[in-house]
Design a protein around this ligand. Sequence first.
Ligand SMILES: [Zn+2]
Length: 445
Amino acid sequence: MPRISLFHLTLLLCALSAVSCHRTPPRPRNVIFILVDTLRADRLGAYGYRRGTSPNVDAFASEAVTFENARSQASCTFPSANSILTSRGPAAFLGQPNQALGIPQGIPSLAEILRQHGFHTVAVSASAVVRRSPTRFNPHGGFDRGFEVFDEDCLWKPAACVNRAAAEHLRPDRRPLFLYLHYIDPHGPYQPPEGWRRKFARGRPEKEWVRRGDPNPIGDWLYKGKPNPGLTPADLAFLKDLYDEEIAYFDSRFAKLLAALRDSGRLDDSLVVFASDHGEEFLEHGHVKHCRTLFDSSIRVPLLLRIPGADAKTVSRPVENLDIVPTLLDYLGIQAAIPFEGRSLRPWIEGDASSDELQYGLQGALRSASDGRFKLIHDLASGAVSLFDLAADPGETRDVLARERRAYARLDGPLTAWITREEGPGGAQKSREAEARLRSLGYLE
Ligand SMILES: [Zn+2]
């Protein structure tokens, strides 16, 4: 039988007592942080997709705060995940000694802060990058600081594995829980588990790599000088269908995770975050996979926050993944004297914020700033500058720099100031070189 949560017990006592209870919901006790690697916002029903990939995420969104205009700081797991977990811009993580990709000493992470405040801190990660110990994609690990438990046994495994490991940590504990769950399902190769194949993909492509959901032969053609593998529009459509099937599979397991949280009595006294580190490209802009561009196909991500006792809401103002950590700490009542680069979204959630901040992005030689309506992208390598009207042209297909001079002027100064602030004089060059090295070593995949 499900246990009654503290929140429901409080409601019950309020209902039974003659004394009126304060209407403010109780402060949340736990944090459940769900990060789904490589999940494009526009492939979820909650963000307007009509294909039925995500009924359970959509139902969760209907009782959460949905940030419909959220962007990640980079289009690669590293350094996007680092930014998410620390509220520091990506430049802070580039160029570490020995190509290290983790969170460097001296930059506090969410896990460390919560552990210092008495939380039991647990990570379960299926990612080859967000790791304690080395992998081919992250030769030094280094994401475990602050975690008492960092479970890596589900490396590259489907969501059911992450859920099983998570369930081990939902037992009653006198300490509050920080549970970080890093799912990898939509990441390539797109190989939905048996039972989820053929939900969207039809037919049997001739090419074996297409049937296997492997986008790498396209990447080898684009980036490594190999011949075109004979890609056809039908092949590309098949790969996209498999990607959507991976999302549908994840969504089904997401329902099971929520059920486990509910049964453990933790759902209603936990802040539950649903986020992603970046999207995925399917040749919308001449690229595949991720780690290449700052177009929305790569950086527009879902961001949902379920706050116990708070009403569901949609926030359309632009927000960044950097804002997650300060928002969580605000709701937990934890004041950390740490120079976060994001801000608490509580004023936007509770409805009286008037100011907007810009969203900034960094990937390779690219730097971007967006106010949610326009996005300015600087290519520091070629000097090219482009501007997109995200409202009129969400696919970012038409450069409007020549006619939207006021939007350009509004974004350009802050973007230049951000680059200087984040990377210092000459820093942009250094970060480009650092990333080129990582790419040549095969870490940015
Ligand atoms: Zn990733």
